[in-house]
Design a protein around this ligand. Structure first.
Ligand code: ADP
Length: 493
C-alpha cells in the first residue's frame, strides 16, 4: 500500500505554494507561484485577493495532478493579519487585500492610543495597538470604500484573514471560518475566551456579522466543493505561518523556542497553558488549540535579519551570493571591534524604536569587507540575544535549545555564533519547510495519520546541531561591544 500523504497550502507574502508531504514529513511534490505586492501610496501595501485565490487553486491543482493517490487531508498556513473583505452574495472582494506590512492606519492607532485604549487592547488580545494587525485595516475598508459600511451593517460583507478567504473559496462559499491562531492576530479576539470580543468590535466599529467562526487548529474546517480539485478532500488543519512553524518544529513543551531567520526573524516561545501579558514589549499569541488544549506563545520579531546580508550583496556588492558571506566571515579571526546594527527600518522587539537608524561602528583603518560581513552575520545572534532576554524575563524560561529555520540557517557560522552568544544548543531540522510541514501535521492529526503530538515529535529529525564553544568571558566581551553599538543607535548618536 502506498504511503499516506498530506497536502499543505502555504500562502505567503511573496508566493503561494502547495506542497505534498509524506507521512514522515518528506516533501514529495511542490508547486509555487510568485505573488505581486502593490504599493499605491507611501506606507500602503496591497495584494489582489483574487490573484491569491487563483494562484492558490492553480498550485494546488498542479501538485494534485502529480500525486499518485488522494492525500488524506489539506492543511492551510498563511501570511497572518492580511485582511480581505468581500461581498457574500457575489464572492467579490470589495477592496484589495491589505497586507500586514501596510501602515495606512498609523494615525488611527495613534488616536486610539492617545484616547487610552491600548491597555485594554493588550489585556484582551496580547497585542500592541498597531496597524500591523487586522482590526484597523477592516475599519479602513468600511470607512473608505463606497457603500461598504452600509453593506456591512446589512450583513452582506464578510471579513477574513487569508486562511478564511481561501477556505470560503475552497468550500464554494459555504464556510466562513478561521482558526484560533489567525484569529489571535486580528486584535479582535479575546485570548482567554478565544472568541470575538464585543468591546473591541465596538471600539474598532466592526459589525460582528462580518466575523468568521473561530475553530481549533485541528477541525473539520470545510469539504472542498465538488469538482474543484481532482480528489474529494477536506481541510482539516489551519494555522498562521509562525504558529505553523512552531508546530512544524514540534515545540510542544513549555519553554521551547523556534526562530525563523528569513528576510526578518520571528521567534516564538511556547509558554504553556496560561495567557500572560508581556512586560517587555513582546506579543502574546495563541500557539495552538488542539483537542481543547490551548497553548500560548510569546512572539518577538526582528525586522532585519537576512535583509542585512542582501544589503551587503546588492547595495554594497560585497559578494555575489549570500552563501559566500560565510567564507568571508570565517576568513578573519574575529570582528576586529566592528559591530553592525541593521536597524534599517527601525528597531523591533524588545526596543521598539521605529525611528532608529542602522550603524556600523568600531571602524578603523584595518577594518575590511570581511569584518563588516562578519559583523552582519554576528548581528543575527546579538539581536536574538536581546529578544531572548526579553522572552526569558516574560516567561521565566531560559531556553537551552533553539530550533532554527529559514534561509539564513544554511550559514553554519551564524548557527554556531547564535549557540555561542546565547549559550544554547541550536538545532536545525532536516525538513526546512517547517511552516508548510506544521500545516500538514495539523491536517494529518485531523485525518488520523498521526494519533497525537507525540507522533509528530518523533518525526522531528535534526540535520545539524551547534553547541556553545566560547567561554563566558569571551561571550561577555562580545556582548558588551554589541551593547555599546546598540546604545549608540538608541541614543541616536
Ligand atoms: P523569506 O522567507 O523571508 O523570503 P528566506 O527564508 O528564503 O526568506 O531567507 C532568505 C534570506 O536568507 C535572504 O535575506 C538571504 O540574504 C539570506 N541567506 C540565504 N542563504 C544565506 C547564507 N548562506 N548565508 C547568509 N544569508 C543567507
Amino acid at each position: 500500500m502506498a504511503d499516506k500523504t498530506i497536502l499543505a497550502i502555504d500562502q505567503g507574502t511573496t508566493s503561494s505554494r502547495a506542497i505534498l508531504f509524506s507521512e514522515r514529513g518528506d516533501i514529495l511534490e511542490v508547486a509555487q507561484k510568485e505573488l505581486t505586492l502593490h504599493y499605491p501610496h507611501k506606507g500602503w501595501v496591497e495584494q489582489s485577493a483574487v490573484d491569491i485565490w487563483n494562484d492558490t487553486l492553480e498550485v494546488t491543482k498542479q501538485v494534485l495532478e502529480k500525486a499518485k493517490t488522494a492525500p488524506e487531508a489539506i492543511g492551510i498556513t498563511n501570511q497572518r493579519e492580511t485582511t480581505v473583505v468581500w461581498d457574500k452574495n457575489t464572492g467579490e472582494p470589495v477592496y484589495n487585500a491589505i497586507v500586514w506590512q501596510d501602515r495606512r492606519t498609523a494615525d488611527l492607532c495613534k488616536d486610539l492610543k492617545g484616547q487610552g485604549h491600548e491597555p485594554l487592547v493588550s489585556k484582551r488580545t496580547g497585542l500592541l495597538l498597531d496597524p500591523y494587525f487586522s482590526a484597523t485595516k477592516i475599519a479602513w475598508i468600511l470607512d473608505n470604500v463606497d457603500g461598504a459600511r452600509k453593506k456591512a451593517e446589512a450583513g452582506d460583507l464578510l471579513f477574513g484573514t487569508i486562511d478564511t478567504w481561501l477556505l470560503w473559496k475552497l468550500s464554494g462559499g459555504e464556510v466562513h471560518a478561521t482558526d484560533v491562531t489567525n484569529a489571535s492576530r486580528t486584535m479582535l479576539c479575546n485570548l482567554i475566551t478565544r472568541d470575538w470580543d464585543d468591546e473591541l468590535l465596538k471600539l474598532f466599529n466592526i459589525p460582528k456579522s462580518m466575523m468568521p467562526e473561530i475553530k481549533e487548529n485541528v477541525s473539520e474546517f470545510a469539504k472542498v466543493k465538488d469538482g474543484l480539485l481532482p480528489y474529494d478532500l477536506t481541510v482539516g488543519g489551519i494555522a498562521g505561518d509562525q504558529q505553523a512553524a512552531l508546530i512544524g518544529q514540534a515545540c510542544f513543551e513549555e519553554g521551547m523556542v523556534k526562530s525563523t531567520y528569513g528576510t526578518g526573524c520571528f521567534a516564538l516561545m511556547n509558554i504553556g497553558r496560561n495567557f500572560k501579558q508581556s512586560q517587555n514589549k513582546l506579543l502574546t499569541t495563541i500557539a495552538y488549540t488542539i483537542n481543547g488544549d490551548t497553548r500560548y506563545a510569546i512572539e518577538g520579531s526582528i525586522f532585519v535579519a537576512g535583509a542585512a546580508i542582501q544589503w551587503l550583496r546588492d547595495d554594497l556588492g560585497f559578494f555575489k551570493d549570500a552563501a559566500e558571506s560565510e567564507k568571508m566571515a570565517t576568513s578573519v579571526d574575529d570582528n576586529n571591534g566592528v559591530y553592525f546594527v541593521p536597524a534599517f527600518t527601525g528597531l523591533g522587539a524588545p526596543h521598539w524604536k521605529p525611528e532608529a537608524q542602522a550603524i556600523i561602528s568600531g571602524l578603523t583603518r584595518e577594518s575590511n569587507k570581511q569584518h563588516i560581513t562578519r559583523a552582519a552575520l554576528e548581528a543575527q545572534a546579538y539581536q536574538t540575544m536581546d529578544l531572548m532576554g526579553a522572552m526569558s524575563a516574560d516567561s521565566a524560561h531560559t531556553p537551552e535549545v533553539i530550533r532554527a529555520d529559514g534561509g539564513l540557517v544554511a550559514n553554519n557560522f551564524v548557527c554556531q555564533f547564535i549557540a555561542d552568544m546565547l549559550d544554547v544548543e541550536v538545532q536545525v531540522p532536516i525538513v526546512a519547510e517547517t511552516t508548510a510541514l506544521g500545516a500538514a501535521y495539523l491536517a494529518g492529526l485531523y485525518a488520523g495519520v498521526y494519533e497525537n503530538l507525540d507522533d509528530i515529535k518523533r518525526n522531528w529529525k535534526s540535520d545539524r546541531k551547534f553547541k556553545p564553544q566560547i567561554d563566558s568571558d569571551e561571550r561577555k566581551k562580545l556582548a558588551d561591544g554589541w551593547k555599546t553599538a546598540i546604545g549608540m543607535v538608541l541614543s541616536g548618536a
